[in-house]
Write a protein that binds this ligand. Structure first.
Ligand code: AMP
Ligand code: GLY
Length: 427
């Protein structure tokens, strides 16, 4: 079959790498793609936020299956446009992607299905929001309702910080995304990510991972899109996964279906673990980046079969399931290499050397996040530039292999964290 993947990051490189290995794949196109993706798939320059343009491209190129990578096209209704045109599509409708695009909506869903999450209140006016913070005290969390490129959440350790966040958000810092704020209870604990495929009715867990959001070693410095990840996340034990499925994920899927907006695609549940229980921090309507890289390295070619079963409504639970994950007892770890200065201002265009000499096999892969090809080789074009990924029989082995690759990459204008995996390796 001919497959189109939308997106241009390390997540989409990993999706393309897994899909390409499946014998069902004939032509593989990624739009817009990047220099790493171009080494294994065709890249096409289309506006992936324009549903009509994506549909036209699919018709002209006899595309059989569309996989939507990032949240922006989902929120823009690109999956709806594709399905309306009769295209088999992996990814939720705009209505269902509100689980990521609106934090207030997600809180309403949690209320309706009694999913455990932080206590909260919603505000569109500063005065009652400020009064709420003063009544609750700090620490407290202030969130812009809408998509704010990962910058819309302030975990305020003092009331003053929370009050400033309210004024900034309701004052227009994030435009319409901050016209409403959600103020919620600070949850202590350890965070982990849980990934579930769902066709709207049935659900299939496909793995756990842990991300490293802070830029610096020891979880210091500003937040980023993610500086590294590993899978599985041992903190999410089987018992905790069962509890999260029963109390959070399955009730959410049922509530979305009950409302006439069934959720189809991958549901990424960010969970806080404390006192032997999980509570929901947030949902995302897509694979995480860089969590996708470690999941794809572990799933390999079966990822395509699982995504097809999701899109075709063939996921069923239990022993009679048509789609099942075949797990190896393995571990994967990915290290993000970013341009110096990220997540602040950084310079684009520096040359990256040494990539050609690295292994590329079922245990080693450098997934590109922000690169372009120039006559002389590969250059950096983004903040997060490479995601250096390895698999091993143990997490320690995966980490050693990933850093061995990092150390062979010659890119003085880039940096990475040296402690990816520390919680699981020292805990
Ligand atoms: P979100 O975009 O909702 O995932 O928030 C970004 C990050 O803020 C999360 O990954 C958590 O580390 C943190 N966070 C969000 N909500 C809370 C909360 N209620 N309590 C503690 N930390 C939170
Ligand atoms: N790595 C976090 C995310 O993809 O949202």
């Amino acid at each position: 079959m001919n497959i189109l993947i939308l997106g241009s990051g390390g997540r989409e490189h990993a999706l393309a790498w897994a899909v390409k290995q499946n014998p069902k794949t004939d032509r593989l196109i990624v739009a817009p793609g990047n220099a790493g993706i171009a080494m294994l798939a065709e890249c096409a320059d289309i506006d992936i936020l324009d549903g009509a343009a994506v549909v036209t491209f699919c018709e002209e190129n006899a595309i059989d299956f569309v996989i939507v990578g990032p949240e922006a096209p989902l929120a823009a209704g690109v999956a709806d446009a594709c399905r309306a045109a009769g295209l088999l599509t992996f990814g939720p409708s705009a209505a269902a992607a509100r689980l990521e695009a609106s934090k207030a909506f997600t809180k309403d869903i949690c209320d309706a299905c009694k999913a455990p999450t932080a206590a909260y209140a919603r505000f569109t006016e500063a005065a009652p929001a400020r009064a709420y913070v003063l009544a609750q005290g700090a620490p407290i969390v202030v969130k812009a309702d809408g998509l704010a490129a990962g910058k819309g959440v302030i975990v305020a350790m003092t009331e003053a910080e929370a009050l400033a966040a309210i004024d900034n958000m309701l004052g227009g810092e994030f435009g319409a995304a901050g016209a409403e704020v959600v103020i919620e209870e600070f949850m202590a604990g350890e965070e982990a990510s849980f990934f579930i495929l769902t066709d709207g009715i049935h659900a299939l867990p496909i793995g756990t991972a842990q991300d490293h959001k802070r830029v610096g070693d020891g979880d210091t410095g500003p937040n980023t899109g993610g500086m590294g990840a590993y899978s599985p996340a041992p903190v999410l034990t089987d018992a905790l996964q069962r509890q999260a499925m029963q109390e959070i994920v399955l009730p959410t899927i049922a509530e979305m279906a009950r409302r006439g907006t069934p959720y189809q695609g991958v549901l990424y549940a960010g969970l806080m673990i404390a006192n032997g229980q999980t509570r929901l921090v947030e949902y995302n309507a897509r694979f995480g980046d860089p969590e996708c890289q470690v999941l794809m390295m572990r799933l390999g070619a079966q990822a395509l079969d699982l995504m097809l079963a999701t899109a075709e409504g063939r996921l069923a639970e239990g022993r009679l399931a048509e789609a099942q994950v075949i797990w190896a007892k393995d571990h994967a770890l990915t290290v993000v290499m970013a341009a110096n200065g990220y997540p602040g201002a950084y310079v684009k265009g520096s040359a990256i050397k040494g990539l050609d000499a690295l292994p590329e096999d079922s245990r080693h892969m450098v997934f590109h996040a922000g690169t372009a090809a120039r006559d002389a080789g590969i250059i950096a074009t983004g903040g997060r530039v490479l995601t250096v990924t390895a698999r091993g029989d143990t997490l320690a082995e995966a980490r050693t292999a990933a850093y061995a690759m990092v150390d062979r990459i010659d890119w003085p204008q880039g940096f990475c964290r040296r402690d990816i995996g520390w919680r699981a390796l020292t805990g």
